[in-house]
Structure formats: structure tokens, C-alpha cells
Design a protein around this ligand. Sequence first.
Ligand SMILES: Nc1ncnc2c1ncn2[C@@H]1O[C@H](COP(=O)(O)OP(=O)(O)OP(=O)(O)O)[C@@H](O)[C@H]1O
Ligand SMILES: [Mg+2]
Length: 473
Amino acid sequence: MTGATVLIVDDEHTLARSAQAFLADHGYETEVASTGEKALELLASVQPDVVFADVRLPGMSGIDLLKRIREFDPVLPVVMVTAYGTIEGAVEAVKLGAFDYVKKPVDLEELKLLAERARADRLLKQELSYYRQRATRDVGFAGMIGASPAIRAVLERARQIAVLDETPPVLLTGETGTGKGLLAHAIHASGPRAMRPFIEVNCTALPATLMEAELFGHERGAFTDAKESKPGLVEAAEGGFLFLDEIGDVDLSVQGKLLRAIEERTVRRVGSVRERKVDLRIIAATNRDLEREVRRERFRNDLYFRLAVIVLPVPPLRERGEDVLQLAEHFLGLCNAKYGKAVREISAPARELLVAYPWPGNVRELSHVIERAVLWSRGAVLDVAHLSLTSPLGAESTDQAVPAASDGPAVEPGAAAIAPALPPQGVDLGQWERSIIERAMREAGGNQTKAAQRLGISRDTLRYRLKKFGLVG
Ligand SMILES: Nc1ncnc2c1ncn2[C@@H]1O[C@H](COP(=O)(O)OP(=O)(O)OP(=O)(O)O)[C@@H](O)[C@H]1O
Ligand SMILES: [Mg+2]
């Protein structure tokens, strides 16, 4: 087990130093404090995984030190070191929550084994508390709504990846609001590392220098504000997952270090010469076209290739057909509970509109639209008016609705009623058009002639547009 930090509290310098040297040889970081008072001062900066404390110390006793530690850290393992004649003290300490005790003269091998056991025990306790927290949240694939072939294909692959303990990094791509964050959590929550940390880093939020220190940690004095040494988020993710959200926004200077961390599985804190081994899985997400970023020399080629081994493209909501209705009902339930409302049903025209709308903000936008609608609705039925979306559809009944291209000249009678009011934030005409064409194709069972008829355009025009929107191979 490497990378653990041990704090030795003993006024007997020779013993402390030999223990320190021995543990350092076995991959431990060690700090020594000669009194209980000094140990308490060091706790915050050193953040030890294990404390060895002599029972008999000048000033504050080892037992008192244990009590003080327990006041603010209920799980930090403290091992008592006892000389001849203080064994009763050690036994008392164990009753007070010490992890164990060890007798002087200390067998260094025994010390090391105890450090390992203590650390494993702490991890277990942390996992348990994490697991309890997690159990109350809705994570895992069960929380991902959708049955369309497009989403099922992605979830299927995600499940395959999730069950493995080790995989290359996973890259989630897709437009904003498609559920990349949710999927990352699901992969973590349903795999063997579920009880290990899931550390999320928003790569957009920080400038390069801060980002580097955040990710890799720093040593005391590495820069002006670095009063204490601190492990980075990569180290914090030990054993679990590091989720790099918006990876496309990582500064070029940090990208190189990130690649190194992924390839070598080591990190070096800023201002340190020591390489620390890390064991973690990486999920990255982006709504940018990374290949294009590579061409523009804003993203490192080598990092891209490292990340692009397993890519899960999360489809936009407009390509998920009726999932939108399932999701709408899901959010309806959540909002009813949240606001104490009883909106039980979505009217047929509202459903129609939900399916036809192109959802540029994807699932997130849908959840906001439903939330607003629930807030506004008074009755049990959610209707078009509550949705405050503009309709690309005719005001006819579902099975006869005629989708009209937004710039289409040949609008059929009745469909003129669509004349959508333009919302203040504007619309994306291209996306409206695309969604209408997709819908016409779907309803025509893929028959281009029929779809063209329904859209009031020629077959050639339709084909041209299918190509333009990448809807044909
Ligand atoms: N399939 C789904 N089922 C249920 N809820 C979903 C689904 N997909 C997304 N959501 C919800 O929609 C919202 C947006 O999802 P999320 O934040 O994961 O998107 P994202 O792809 O990470 O977006 P961005 O690129 O903007 O960060 C969240 O509240 C999430 O819980
Ligand atoms: Mg996200």
C-alpha cells in the first residue's frame, strides 16, 4: 500500500527516526511530532492516514491526544505505543477508540503491518459512510430514463464498461444537457468501485495554474499561498473515479501533465520531486468536437488519442423519439412532489409538441420546461399553453398533424395555424427544420416520397436536406 501518510508522536527521537526511515522505505510519508500539542497542530496540514502515539508523552498524554483527535475525526486510526508499565493505559485507550496498541521495543515490521491494517480499516469505514449516503440518492442506471434504440445502445455499452474494474479512460461526448454527467455517475455507481470515491472536476472553472494545483496537489511553499502541502484531486480519487467534466476546456499546459498521470499512473505534486502512484479510473466528458480542437491545436493530439479509445456518444434528445414523453412524465412526478401539485396527465397536443420540439438544451431543457409548466398549471392536465414552447405543428389531431418546414412554401391548409410566436430568446431555425424533417421521415416509415409529400417539398429537396443535416449515410 503506497502513498499513505503516518504521523508518529513520540519524544524518543531515535525510535521516531528509525520508524520514520523504515516506513519511508516502504512507501509511506511520515511526519514526527515530539509532543501531543505539536501533533494536534500538524494534523490539519499533514492529514495523516494513521497516527502512532506514545502513551506517555511530555505535557498532554497519549490518551488525551486520542480524545482530542476523536473530537473532530471519528475514524482516523490511532495506534498507541506503550512502554513497560503503561500497558493498562494502552488498554484503556483501545476502549476509548484507539485502533490498537503496540509494545516497546517496537518491531518495525509489526508497525508497518499495523499501519496497513489501520489504513484499510479507515478506508472501509469511509466506504461505509459513503455507501450509506449513496443509498439515499438515485444513482446507477436505474435513474437513466429512456427506451429508444439510440439511448439503449449507449447504455448497453456503458453497462459493459461499468462492470470492469479496469478500463482505458472513457470519453462521453454529446450536446449540453444530454445526460453525460448522469451517465458518468451511473458507470461509477454500478461497478466494482462504487464504494470508492467519485471525484468530479469541472475543467472550465479554473485557470491553468490553479487547475494544476487542484488536480495534482502541491507542497508547502510551492507558491506564495501554499502554506501547507495538500494532495490534489487525482490523489483524492485513489481507488475510485476521476470525472473530468468539460475536458475540452483544459489548458494545453495542464493537458500534458494529465496525459502523464493517465499513462504512467503517477502524479507529482507542484513543487515536489516525488512521484506518487495512483490507481484510478478516468471518465472525461465534453460537448465540444475534440477532433476539431485537435486540428486547431487547442487540444493535444496524444491526449485525444488516449481518451478516444472508448467513446460513448450520448445522443441528443431529439433523436430519442418518444423518450421525451417518458422523461416528461418522470420530471412531472418529481415536480409534483417538489411543489405539492397534482398534475397527473399531459394533454395529447402537449405530448405532440414535446415530441416535435427539437430540444437544443436536451434533457436539462425538458426538465426546466416541465418544472415551469407544473408551477403554472392549476388543474390536473398539463397543456400546450403551460409548456411555453412554440409549436412546429399544425393544430390538428395527432394522427393527421402535418409537419411544416419552417421555411417551406407549401404549407397545407390548417397547418397555417402554427405561425409560432417567436420566443424572446429566439429559435434555431436549422434545428427546427431538422426535427421536422426527421419526424416526417419517421412517420413515413423512412419512405422519402411520402415524407416529401407531407412536408410539401420535392423529393430532391428532401434528399438535399437529409444530406445537409446528416440524416442519411
Ligand atoms: N436519461 C435521463 N433520465 C433522467 N434524467 C436525465 C437523463 N439525462 C439527463 N437527465 C437529467 O438532465 C439534467 C442534465 O443532465 P447532465 O447534467 O448529466 O447533462 P450533461 O450532458 O452533463 O450536460 P452539460 O454538457 O451541460 O454538462 C440533469 O438534471 C440530469 O439528471
Ligand atoms: Mg455535465
